[in-house]
Ligand binder design. Sequence first.
Ligand SMILES: [Zn+2]
Length: 252
Amino acid sequence: MALTYTVLIALYGLIFGSFFNVVGLRVPQGESIVAPPSHCTACQRRLRWYELVPVLSWLVLRGRCRTCHARVSFLYPLIELGTALSVTVFWTRFGWSAEFVVGVLAISVFAVLSAADFAYHRIPDKILLPGIALLFAVRLWFHPLGVWSYIGGAILGYCLLYLIALVSRGGMGYGDVKLFVFVGLLVGVWGTLLTLVAASFIGTVVGLSMRAAGRLAPKQHVAFGPAICLAALAVSLYGDYAIHAYLQLFRL
Ligand SMILES: [Zn+2]
């Protein structure tokens, strides 16, 4: 029974991940998310159902349009797989619980923002601000660390990232600063600091390996948003272990 649930949750994750791609790629452009139906962005041909199966279609068609052979971004299967994997891990860690609900909310917002940040190098307010409002409302009702840890995390995250953005002179966008308000509400004060460290680490590793692979122009930046999202999810899953171990180290 547990396995059936896990498989169902993973499948839902794939389907919703596919929807989050559409939202993340269309909303920043001011396009409707229902019309026009899914089409190839190169030849405009409407896609058939078998070209829209999450991950599988992309693999079978080897990342190209069936008729015009234009490349289809690896972003689609990446967001689909990322969403499915994240909800499944949250499900196995927390089961049916308020933590799982908060996790699903965070994964949904992060998937849409990551798609937009990968594609356009910006984090759309139209998604982030309602996400912050919703998570704030949820935190007033469910706050295992105490409500002030989350509000403090949001304020700390905003101020810290604002300073880094000032010092880095354009190396970090204002979208990332606002994203840390959401992160603070998600993981609390200690979690916010841990997320910043983990996101910087992920961003550095990904940036250096892309540069080494020649996938990045000399002045081109890697989108930092997806690294923040990934780090925040890891911290909401396992951050309490890491923080506990760290505090033990200094006997705090
Ligand atoms: Zn095409």
